[in-house]
Design a protein around this ligand. Structure first.
Ligand SMILES: [Zn+2]
Length: 158
């Protein structure tokens, strides 16, 4: 009986990973692989890949400071002058006092405590932009290689 336990656990792990990759949009850093299902999610996952390839821009102090400055400015700005995606960025999960978004246990992110933070914001802003650098807040544009992100998205067939 014992000798079946390890292969069974291995099989369950493979099944878990298969469900995760087929049902979810995901970027896997170790092998730089992307699984995505539409243009928006491919933009998001491609931004993760370009971020990773560039040495994780989203983990630099420069990115964090630029995001914090932008959030503060947008937070204080009268509603009629706020950027289109200001609300999503100001109240992004896992940044400032915002809690991470909880996700179902079939996702790998569940085991990281939830979804959000500066790295997810980086990818999400690329998603909001629709692939157009001009749709990214001016003070954050310098952190994006939109040509590379769009090239990656095209390579995925979107
Ligand atoms: Zn992401």
């Amino acid at each position: 009986m014992k000798k079946f336990l390890i292969p069974l656990l291995f099989l369950l792990l493979i099944l878990f990973l298969f469900i995760t990759f087929v049902c979810h949009d995901i970027y896997i850093p170790g092998i730089r692989a992307i699984f995505c299902h539409d243009k928006n999610s491919c933009l998001h996952e491609s931004a993760h890949k370009v971020d990773d390839t560039a040495g994780w821009i989203s983990r630099t102090d420069e990115w964090v400071e630029a995001v914090d400055d932008y959030r503060m400015t947008q937070y204080l700005m009268p509603a009629e002058f706020k950027d289109k995606h200001a609300f999503e960025i100001v109240f992004f999960p896992g940044i400032g006092k915002q809690k991470l978004t909880s996700v179902d246990s079939k996702s790998i992110i569940f085991w990281q405590g939830g979804w959000g933070g500066y790295t997810e914001l980086y990818a999400s802003i690329a998603g909001y932009s629709g692939g157009d650098i001009n749709e990214i807040p001016l003070c954050l544009q310098q952190f994006y290689n939109m040509n590379e992100i769009n090239k990656t998205v095209k390579g995925l067939g979107y």
